[in-house]
Design a protein around this ligand. Structure first.
Ligand SMILES: [Zn+2]
Length: 217
């Protein structure tokens, strides 16, 4: 059965409008951020269909409400085809987020791969146990749609509702992670405390070196 959009008590329950939007885009951003830089080398978490299955399990443990969608009883078949389709979606999302962050023009063609995935699902009304009606998403291809549709829906909600000025790429020059700033001040610059500390220690090192050079001249 599809899940209702009822308030949840998950660890990611939003406490502010910014957090609610970050949660909305979580699946899309998590997918984009499966590509990382490790000591200057590009790393891909989604290296095989099995790795994709592990990533999805992990993401769904964090965001159960975002992952839950119609067709939950249909098993997901983790094939190379599904992996390739996910990577196509990831590339489209990365292009979109990059253009948003860099304030470049977004072309209709760039949205097409995301729209193709959205077409896997359709909205429907369903009767609840209490006799009311609720919105639900049904899938034309549950085997693949169970993974693809929630990510595309996350992107749809996020890119149409979020404050684009709060979307950033980590300022650490060896990090390519994108994040949504949920701070009150809206001044977050790094994806994680780790990146902030590394960036600050580099800055500190450069400043002390500069000071040392000035002293010795
Ligand atoms: Zn970072």
């Amino acid at each position: 059965m599809p899940k209702a959009a009822e308030p949840s008590e998950t660890p990611h329950s939003p406490s502010s409008a910014h957090e609610a939007l970050a949660l909305r885009g979580a699946l899309a951003l998590e997918l984009i951020n499966t590509e990382t830089l490790d000591r200057g080398k590009q790393r891909d978490t989604l290296s095989s269909p099995e790795a994709l299955a592990r990533w999805w399990e992990d993401v769904c443990a964090h965001y159960p409400d975002q992952c839950g969608i119609a067709g939950a009883e249909t098993p997901i078949i983790w094939t190379s085809d599904l992996l390739e389709t996910i990577k196509t979606l990831r590339l489209a999302l990365r292009t979109l987020v990059t253009h948003v962050v860099e304030q470049q023009v977004i072309e209709n063609d760039e949205l097409q791969p995301i729209n193709a995935i959205l077409a896997l699902g359709y909205a429907a009304l369903e009767r609840t146990e209490q006799g009311a009606v609720k919105a639900a998403i049904h899938l034309r291809d549950p085997e693949q749609g169970r993974v693809l549709a929630p990510i595309a829906l996350s992107a749809l909600g996020f890119f149409t509702e979020a404050d684009w000025r709060r979307l950033h790429q980590c300022r650490h020059d060896r990090c390519i992670v994108f994040f949504y700033d949920t701070t009150k001040s809206g001044t977050r610059r790094w994806c994680s405390p780790g990146c902030m500390n590394r960036a600050r220690s580099i800055q500190h090192y450069q400043m002390t070196r500069k000071a040392a050079v000035l002293v010795s001249t």
